[in-house]
Design a binder for this molecule. Structure first.
Ligand SMILES: Nc1nc(=O)c2c([nH]1)NC[C@@H]1CN(c3ccc(C(=O)N[C@@H](CCC(=O)O)C(=O)O)cc3)CN21
Ligand SMILES: CC(C)C(=O)C(=O)O
Ligand SMILES: [Mg+2]
Length: 272
């Protein structure tokens, strides 16, 4: 018997840990809305990320910097309503956690309370140690994010491969180790050399999820609009397109327009 309206069947961080130990790869995709979340959850994706890439994909901004905590909560609450099984991780947006652990804790708690998400993701290592610690102390699962961290794009100036040099690679390894010691349940590694990602995944016991980090990690994440081919412009080497929805949607909409213009739609059967 449960006091909740449905049995709790959401994947746990403990199960994700077990998947790494068994060698079963973790599948993760972004989602920003209810309809998409419903489809991805029913298809069996293990983790849904309400990414701050919503800033680009949903709102049309150039970077992830403009999206607000309120907007992230709106997207996350919509995703949570579509989920029966997937673990929902929500990105803390730029400006909601950096350099102020009290604000970080407040932001994470707002996300948990107001969206019903299951955990949060923060970009960075040693610089955000206090924030990660305080959020974890509140019992909120934290996913780390190292390598290409888009919220600090203006510090680097490009979206090129990260940690190609030894010094940067060693800092990434140290940061990953630190995030594990603090108690993070998983880490995303974005756009780094395959061999470095392998080293981190072998060294750490928590799951390592890659995007442009090669095959030797414990799971993969992609932006769903990219892998479905809704976006046409974004085509980095790490992206595999599993559908060409841009063409499918354009054809469907063109057919609809033609049918409206030609008065083929609606027919009497489609009327009352
Ligand atoms: N649609 C979308 N997909 C993403 O994967 C994504 C976002 N948006 N927004 C937030 C971040 C930004 N990300 C990025 C952005 C650019 C590259 C990239 O490889 N860009 C260029 C290369 C640029 C360079 O080498 O300087 C490319 O080849 O497309 C990768 C990940 C990942 N995230
Ligand atoms: C690319 C993934 C890891 C992300 O952080 C996002 O979609 O915002
Ligand atoms: Mg993000």
């Amino acid at each position: 018997m449960s006091v909740h309206k449905s049995e709790a069947k959401i994947i746990t961080t403990h199960q994700l840990q077990n998947m790494k130990e068994r060698g079963e790869k973790i599948s993760m995709l972004t989602a920003y809305d209810f309809s998409m979340a419903t489809i991805l959850d029913a298809a069996g994706v293990d983790v849904l990320l309400v990414g701050d890439s919503a800033s680009n994909v949903m709102a049309g901004h150039e970077t992830t910097l403009p999206i607000t905590l309120d907007q992230m909560i709106y997207h996350a609450a919509s995703v949570v309503r579509g989920v029966k099984r997937a673990f929902v991780v929500v990105d803390l947006p730029f400006g909601s956690y950096q350099g102020n652990s009290s604000e970080a804790l407040r932001s994470a708690i707002r996300i948990m309370k107001e969206s019903g998400g299951h955990g949060v993701k923060l970009e960075g290592g040693a610089e955000i140690k206090e924030s990660v610690t305080r959020i974890l102390s509140a019992g909120v699962p934290v996913m780390g994010h190292l390598g290409l961290t888009p919220q600090s794009i203006y510090k680097f100036g490009t979206y090129s491969v990260r940690a190609k040099e030894d010094v940067e690679a060693q800092k990434l390894i140290d940061d990953a180790q630190l995030l594990q010691e603090l108690g993070c349940f998983a880490i995303v590694l974005e756009k780094i050399p395959s061999e470095l990602a392998r080293k981190v995944a072998e060294k750490l016991h928590i799951p390592i999820i890659g995007i442009g980090a090669g095959p030797h990690v414990d799971g993969q994440v992609l932006v769903v609009h990219d892998m479905l081919g809704i976006n046409k412009e974004f085509k980095p080497r790490f992206l595999r397109r599993y559908a060409d929805l841009h063409t499918i949607m354009t054809d469907a909409v063109s057919n609809y327009i033609a049918d409206v213009k030609s008065k083929d739609f609606p027919t009497e059967k489609e009327a009352y």
